[in-house]
Design a protein around this ligand. Sequence first.
Ligand code: FES
Length: 570
Amino acid sequence: MQGELRSQQWFGKEGKDGFIYRAWMKNQGIPADEFKGKPVIGICNTWSELTPCNAHFRELAESVKKGILQAGGFPVEFPVMSTGETLMKPTAMLFRNLVSMDVEESIRANPLDGVVLLCGCDKTTPSLLMGACSVDIPTIIVSGGPMLTGKYRGKNIATSDVWRFTDELRAGSMTEEDLNVAEAGMCRSQGHCAVMGTASSMACMVEALGLSLPGNAAIPAVDSNRKVLAQLSGRRIVDMVHKNMKLSTLLTREAFENAIMANAAVGGSTNFVIHLMAIAGRIGVPLDIQDFDRLSANIPLLVNLQPSGKYFMEDMYYAGGLPAVMNALRAHLHKDTLTVNGRTVGENALLDATLNPDVISSMEKPFNELSGIVVLKGNLCESGAILKPSAASKSLLQHTGRAIVFENIEDYKLRIDDPALDVDETCVLVLKNVGPKGYPGMPEVGNMSLPKKLLEKGITDMIRISDGRMSGTGFGTVVLHVAPEAAAGGTLALVREGDMITLNVADRRLDVLLDAVELANRKAAWTPPSHDYKRGYVHLYINNVEEASQGADFGFLKGSSGSEVARDSH
Ligand code: FES
């Protein structure tokens, strides 16, 4: 044991204070010896029936508790706000920073020596990790695991198909009845989205960062090995407390670089960029948006999963999971970085080779040479924008087209299917005011559906540009996270219908073909969009959220306040 346990500042106290700290806990039937120097481990639970991806977490927490008890720890489960992706309006992303504050303050304020973060649906992973980084006590992550693969009339389906189905319905090639059958077969079990969407990308991210036991990312939620991993994680966190293995000892610059390379190899979500930037900001590791492009440049797409390929998370598990990906990547990884199991990334990466090269391929014969995240610069995105090349159409990666401009999401919904809209497949769809401040909350609307009349012609992709995000399950030639965003007066705000826009992915450029004088004149005439958010959390959000290229965290939340509590009221 390295030093006195933090929890003993509560439970080890004499007199009135210690009496109060212990006596009220005993109403839960806890014997006195539990308070005598046992590591107190918090289980930070995002269980909620409004977050269906995390609805099995009370059961998962029981497995974690077993492990903690087996290792001589004292488990205490506590709830934090849960951000379910499917139900929350206007978008779960609006609340990521709020949850991170809940997590940070809940950990610091309570007698915890270590914490297990139960993460699953998209935002639950970054929000919990951001909050934990700002306290920096020993922490391990247990993900909830993906759902089993969905079924629709004999075919495998999952979340990426939602976009296809709704486009097919609009194009008339699918009926409402077909859609009902698909809806009934989509979500067959507990767990999060079964493709390499944001939830799976986040689960891969924490495993590649060394914050979960190997194998965490891909074990299906309903596989008994998920409970085994949860139990082993419970045992492990007790040992991490004894060794004082804090997040800051694991989250080095090299660990972040490993995660970026792993994300490229798995074809991870574009949301990975914004969340990893925010996590790095909390733990104090300098990371630049250009790092994502540079570090993933030599990493091909190894994993053949939707939305960039055809398989599902269940298949990735059977093929060896993330350990098999790390094994294939090991020549590129920083092998000396430490992970929660006490071994290095290099040692863990020796464990498992792929069991199915069609699902997890090799560096020598990759599934797709195109991967990673491309970071664009140009006069349309001076602070950057991103594109996922593996989800894009090769034919559109260098293209100049006429802009069709939507001022906001309401304008888009009103006009996109208007037969009078002057649009063809060579045009570029531009959507403004869906960024962090502009929406607010930066929703996943960047992969906007194509005009109905083009879908009916069989067109399946066009260049789309916005300051919003895209679901990790989305696909297409979609330029996202344009910064500065339109609502902050970025060039995006100045684009007008009919302007010509050039995307050149090879040169990493995104430009509107206007000269500096014209842009300056338009800027002088620009006024920010008005809004009615005068109070409450959204007011706080709009006034403090940073650009997407910096992680869209609040400026005042960057860094750590540590685990010390300055004053004691008892
Ligand atoms: Fe929760 Fe996709 S909706 S992970």
